[in-house]
Design a protein around this ligand. Structure first.
Ligand code: SAM
Length: 222
């Protein structure tokens, strides 16, 4: 493992996230452990600890650190949780979830990004179960999931993903049009009569690349 010359920059970023309102110390500590510079291109390494999204190629981005922290805080990850991520991208968010002790499954639709994320995660010894495919259809084989995090903007909450969420589970997903989205924190519970309840809290306002798939945006958008 190369020397960690970015640790000071990383600590500064964590301070900034704290100032911006991220309160969960477990999330901040996880973000202080994961080397974001290892998930971006060589030319972007110097920018890895700026609070910006960065390009990872194929018209896709690694999300802004604040957004990663905000979504992870909403997800309320406990050690041992089975977490499904839709939109592996660089693998950075998956690494944060691993640092929180989750058992992580992640789906990416672009094959080249899947390969790169696999390499990034392997190099840092993060053991994440990955696949290429349409994440709007979830991962039936491993369901139900305690938590689901969708890291691309969706026109709606995909029914299949909600069905694959465990009772008592939480899904965090940006929902809106292709220009801006609100962050939805979706809880799945069950009432006394056995009826499934979907309750939603929303938080303004985010901008994500589109979730492209059967229960997302049309394939020909891209
Ligand atoms: N979580 C990523 C990270 O930490 O680098 C950033 C994700 S990027 C903002 C969104 C990703 O979602 C892109 O890599 C995109 O290809 C992927 N994506 C879009 N639609 C998808 C789908 N239906 N299934 C799986 N991945 C999808």
């Amino acid at each position: 493992m190369s020397e960690d010359i970015y640790s000071k920059k990383r600590e500064k970023l964590i301070e900034l996230l704290r100032e911006e309102g991220i309160k969960d110390e477990r999330v901040l500590s996880a973000m202080n452990k994961v080397r974001r510079e290892c998930f971006v291109d060589e030319t972007e390494k110097e920018n890895a600890y700026l609070n910006y999204p960065l390009s990872i190629g194929y018209s896709q981005t690694i999300s802004q650190p604040y957004t990663v922290a905000f979504m992870t805080e909403l997800l309320e990850v406990n050690p041992g949780d089975k977490v499904l991520e839709i939109g592996t991208g660089s693998g950075y968010q998956a690494a944060i979830l691993k640092e929180l002790g989750a058992d992580v499954y992640s789906i990416e639709r672009i094959y080249e990004l899947y390969l790169k994320a696999k390499e990034n995660l392997n190099k840092l010894n993060y053991n994440v179960t990955l696949k290429v495919g349409d994440g709007t259809l979830g991962w039936e084989e491993y369901s139900p999931f305690n938590k689901i995090i969708v890291t691309a903007g969706s026109p709606k909450i995909p029914d299949t993903l909600f069905n694959q969420l465990a009772i008592g589970g939480i899904m965090v997903i940006p929902v809106g049009d292709t220009y801006s989205q609100d962050m939805y924190k979706v809880r799945k519970s069950i009432d006394r009569n056995g009826k499934i309840i979907k309750s939603i809290e929303t938080y303004k306002e985010f901008v994500f690349v589109p979730l492209i798939g059967k229960e997302g945006w049309d394939y020909d958008l891209r």
